[in-house]
Design a protein around this ligand. Structure first.
Ligand SMILES: *[C@@H]1O[C@H](CO)[C@@H](O)[C@H](O)[C@H]1NC(C)=O
Length: 449
């Protein structure tokens, strides 16, 4: 036994230091993941589409990831709907008798993110506005459903398997305000006093008070408020105009109205100029906004970004801003989440193209003496020919003439369904985030936040 204890101590000292989320800090970075905002705006650039969640947990920059979104509360079989765009949705498989996506392949990815000290939340709503309650009692029942499906409860239909998420986020941008205060109250009554802290957050528009969650956040204790300083006249683009940019109003709300006087207020920002209609400011301007707001307002908790795909395609704006706020970004690792770019036309490991096979983004085949890589999901689209759906695009990218040298490494990208099925924490391919996973066409993605 003594030997084992020594061994464990020795191993623990070798393990990388885990930077656990610290709610009391004022340099946290929150990044929404799930909607492939970049892909929805750049269908022709699949290399920068949203990657598996694990790709965004690789360094210490991101502290909180709200998974977006639960898009309906009571659908087929009385259960909600979950849409994660190109990574997981009803189109990639549901629990029998429901429209609830089964995303259990993400279980190990989520627990790996949590093991790195990150909070993983589940976000309700989104820009489509299809998620609505019709009564307070329905909302209260739904709080129990969320507990059973995503948090400490139990159910046969848990979309992420056994992993227990850290809380719920309300990003309500349409529908109705009905039920949210009741939902929040019931959520608190279920989660209070448990031996794990369950967070409750919301992402209102900067325009005060918020139409949909204003009542909820003013009557129930929330932990953090991720204010959308974009798509509104009060956005970050008018930071210089103190009558328009209204963080002060929110700071005042935090201190006087919020039931939780320690609530953290975040500056929410588009992660690139295509992530929102307006409100985008570049990394250096946002860094200045963040550092000035941090020193001026005690309620400031950090910066929220919409979304992960846009941040990674925009030079890691999240890192620049986190560093400016004095936060740790950890090891630099890989700064791009896209699949590696093939360097030549070595066809040794790429199987011949087959019209009946379903290919997903990143997979390779050989055809007509050339190596081809798939940009996205396809079936029966011949390499070198325009896609049969008439979109004027080519799903297959020509990687050049085959050199004929056998290259076993090329096999890695020919079997992503298989690898995803067997995903576990020890799989270096999954942790590296190089797979595009079970991909559905980008047209499935709802409009961005
Ligand atoms: C960032 O935006 C500001 C304000 O528009 C501009 O003055 C500055 O040159 C920009 N910086 C970079 C690096 O683009």
């Amino acid at each position: 036994m003594l030997c084992n204890v020594h061994l464990l101590t020795a191993l623990a000292s070798l393990a990388p230091m885990v930077l656990a989320y610290d709610h009391s800090k004022n340099n946290n970075v929150v990044v929404y993941w799930g909607q492939n905002s970049y892909g929805a705006k750049h269908e022709g650039d699949p290399a920068h589409w949203q990657q598996q969640l694990s790709a965004y947990c690789a360094d210490d920059t991101i502290d909180v990831i709200p998974i977006a979104f639960v898009t309906a509360y009571s659908s087929k079989g009385g259960l909600p709907e979950l849409n994660l765009a190109n990574i997981c949705s009803a189109a990639s498989g549901v629990f029998p008798g429901t429209n609830l996506a089964n995303c259990q392949f993400m279980e190990s990815q989520i627990s790996a993110c949590q093991a790195k000290g990150k909070l993983i939340l589940i976000s309700l709503g989104g820009a489509t506005g299809n998620a609505v309650f019709t009564s307070n009692s329905q909302a209260e029942t739904f709080a129990t459903t969320m507990w059973d499906l995503f948090l400490g409860g139990s159910s046969k239909t848990r979309p992420f398997g056994k992993v227990v998420l850290d809380g719920v986020d309300l990003d309500i941008e349409g529908g109705s305000s009905v039920g949210y205060a009741a939902f929040a109250r019931k959520y608190r009554s279920i989660t209070n006093g448990k031996n794990k802290r369950y967070y409750l957050t919301a992402a209102p528009q900067c325009a005060f008070p918020d139409v949909y969650v204003g009542e909820a956040i003013s009557s129930v204790a929330f932990d953090s408020i991720y204010i959308q300083f974009y798509n509104n006249a009060c956005g970050n683009h008018v930071y210089g105009n103190k009558n328009a940019w209204n963080f002060g109003t929110w700071d005042n709300w935090a201190k006087r109205t919020s039931p939780n006087k320690d609530v953290k207020i975040y500056v929410g920002a588009p992660a690139s100029d295509t992530a929102a209609s307006y409100g985008y400011v570049n990394a250096s301007t946002l860094s200045r906004i963040a550092t000035e707001t941090k020193s001026k307002y005690s309620s400031f908790g950090g910066v929220m970004f919409w979304d992960a795909s846009q941040a990674f395609a925009n030079g890691r704006i999240d890192r620049t801003v986190k560093s400016a706020m004095g936060g740790s970004i950890g090891n630099t690792g890989s700064t791009t989440a896209g699949p590696p770019t093939p360097t030549g036309g070595n066809c040794g490991g790429a199987p011949p193209w087959d019209k009946d096979t379903v290919y997903v983004g990143g997979q390779q085949c050989s055809y007509n003496g050339h190596l081809w890589s798939a940009g996205w999901w396809s079936q029966n689209d011949t390499p070198g020919q325009l896609n049969k759906n008439g979109d004027g695009a080519y799903v297959w990218k020509d990687q050049g003439a085959c050199s004929g040298i056998v290259d076993a490494a090329a096999l890695v990208h020919t079997d992503s369904y298989h690898i995803i099925d067997k995903a576990d924490e020890t799989d270096p391919v999954i942790l590296a985030g190089t797979l595009t996973g079970p991909v559905i066409p980008p047209t499935e993605a709802p409009s961005p936040l």
